[in-house]
Every structure is written in C-alpha cells, then in structure tokens.
Design a protein. Structure first.
Length: 202
C-alpha cells in the first residue's frame, strides 16, 4: 500500500489519483512546516481526503530557512533539507502503518532543486529502503509539468480543487510566484499541448 506525500498541488494530487485508481492508496501525509501557503495546501488536502474517502495524516514540524520559498521571485526556492526531512517523516509514518511505498511528486522541471533530482532520489530511496524496507517512488520524475498536467486531466483531476501558489495573498494566489507563473489559470496563453498523450508511469 502507498502513502502519498501530499501538498495539495498538481503533482501530489495526480499521484494520489493514480494510486487510488490502482486501488493501492493507503493514505495521504501532509506536513505543516511553516510554509506561507500551508493553510491553503492543508485545505486542499482535507478536501481531497473527504471527496475520495481516504485517510489524511497531518504532521506539524516547523523547519528553518523558508525565506526564499516564501518570496515572490520566479527563481529556484531552496530550503535546506526539505524533501530529506519530509521523506524521513514519511518513512517513519509509512512504517507505522505497514505501508510498502512512499510516493512524492518531483518532476523533470524541478531538477533545478537538488532534492528533486534523480541523484537525490536514488540516494534517498536507497537509504530509506535499507533502513525501513519501504520503497520511495517518484513516478513523475522524468515528466515535465505540462506532461503532468495532461496526465492529470486524463485521470480526471479537478484543477479547481488543486492549490498551486507558494505565497498567497490571503486566500487568493499571488499571481507572481514560480508556481503561479506556470499554472494554466495564471498563464496569458493556454499551455502548449503535446501531440502524444503521456504514457502511464510504470
């Protein structure tokens, strides 16, 4: 059974849909670590869990170094050790519920962040597997955001239920952060569509 490290965004929501379609979704794990959009992300997590009748586990663990992430620039946001911390929490939780896999939503367009690279994924998954016996999976690791979007639509993901902004103005997306810049709702032009539909992750 699968635990999905869930943020309420497109990538993790797509993974949760995929795991549920395969009848392998055990639960969602949402971590509040002090992120500016935490209240909106958690709201999206609650909404998904209620609509899909799946367990939602909520952990609170503030981490340091969120200043860059909570800014409004379009460049990389680096929070030291963030995914390493989140995967460690996920491995502890997954072991406690006898889950066999942890899924997290790194994509090809996230490779500018080291903790979303194939190298990080290989090292983290090897360590967690050796320590807990649990497999860490990143099914979207080699897919672009546009491919993930098309795959999400194929799975029936409701984009209106997905939260995507890093730095909201109250309950509204800021419209200027990196996530807003690439989200279909915020783009001045429709996203480019591919001539071939993305294939289902192995």
């Amino acid at each position: 059974m699968i635990v999905v490290l869930f943020s309420g965004g497109l990538d993790s929501t797509t993974l949760a849909h995929l795991a549920q379609v395969d009848n392998k979704l055990h639960s969602l794990l949402f971590v509040s670590y002090g992120q500016a959009a935490g209240h909106k992300e958690y709201g999206a997590a609650i909404d998904f869990a209620q609509r899909h009748r799946v367990k939602l586990e909520h952990k609170i663990l503030p981490i340091h170094g969120l200043t860059l992430m909570n800014g409004d620039d379009l460049g990389p946001r680096v929070v030291a050790g963030r995914n390493l911390i989140l995967l460690s929490i996920a491995s502890n939780y997954a072991a406690s519920v006898n889950a066999t896999e942890i899924w997290y939503g790194a994509t090809a367009d996230d490779h500018e962040y080291y903790d979303c690279t194939p190298e990080f994924f290989a090292a983290a998954s090897k360590l967690i597997k050796s320590d807990t016996g649990i497999d860490v999976c990143a099914p979207l690791l080699y897919r672009s955001k546009q491919e993930v979007l098309l795959f999400a639509l194929e799975l029936g993901v409701d984009l209106d239920k997905v939260w995507y902004c890093y730095n909201p103005n109250g309950d509204e997306p800021c419209g200027t952060c990196g996530a807003c810049a690439i989200h279909p709702k915020e783009e001045k032009h429709p996203p480019r569509l591919f001539t071939e539909q993305p294939t289902r992750p192995a």
